[in-house]
Design a protein around this ligand. Sequence first.
Ligand SMILES: [Zn+2]
Length: 321
Amino acid sequence: MYPKTRMRRLRRDILRPIFTETRLSPEAFCLPLFFDEAAKEEVPISSMPGQVRYPLSAAEPLAKTLYAEGVRSVILFGIPREKDACATQAFAEDGVIQRAVSAMKAAEPRLVVITDLCACEYTSHGHCGIIREGELDNDESLLLMQKIAVSQAKAGADMVAPSCMLDGMVSAIREALDYEGFSNIPIMSYSTKFASSLYGPFREAADSGFSFGDRQSYQMNPANAREAFRESELDAEEGADILMVKPATFYLDVLADIHSLGLPVAAYHVSGEYAMIKAAAANGWIDEKKVVMEAMTSIKRAGADLIITYYTRDILRWLNE
Ligand SMILES: [Zn+2]
């Protein structure tokens, strides 16, 4: 009459922790950082409470503080003083990112410093490469990405993360890095990046809005899961070391799919995902810590090896409590 199988047996307080399938470890989190060449001090980002743009002078102390807090990897975005049509500052030897990387690595060599590799923060028009006749020129932009990759590796980056969604970007960058003697530098490709409405706060953070158009022609349609798989599969074939899904929580099905390709997968919990939790928590509508930990657990459960999130420092603190 009564159930023989009782799923509740293993849910008792004393047993539940033993049978937890998904656990969060500190190494799995990567913190995005914004360096602003023109800033003299920290500049708060109003749409991302708790996040700031850092001046270059903060790079050294920050590397030490973050490592001491348990942060094991960071991904850097630069905001140059000068922008132009061909993103010159993105590959300048004394560019904002090149200086930030070398300062952080000098201060704390154990901190893994990843560089976002794109042109949109450096172009006056805000697009991710070279524009010809109102369109992003794929192949000419690949040459630009090669130059940026090499300059970032020379500055000491441990890994480059191309986010431009150009066709052939991974193989072009791999070739340039290998040619310049950086065959040990891995490529974490933003292989499946959706044209999401969740990037709004980031544009304020990185000052990367556009003067015309949007990025629909090169970022993915949120409705397309098979195309998303194919995008990541192509990047794997081109030699990507790590694949990525961006944003994270709205795309867990895609993440689980891509995990099946067998490469390590990163998930980017983006600015809008961060801002939504912050706003609801500030209103007292949700418990911030519980919601964040549940979001992170779901991303991990779907197959992410690395989670890039603005919540990294809070998560490390909460994991220690
Ligand atoms: Zn871009």
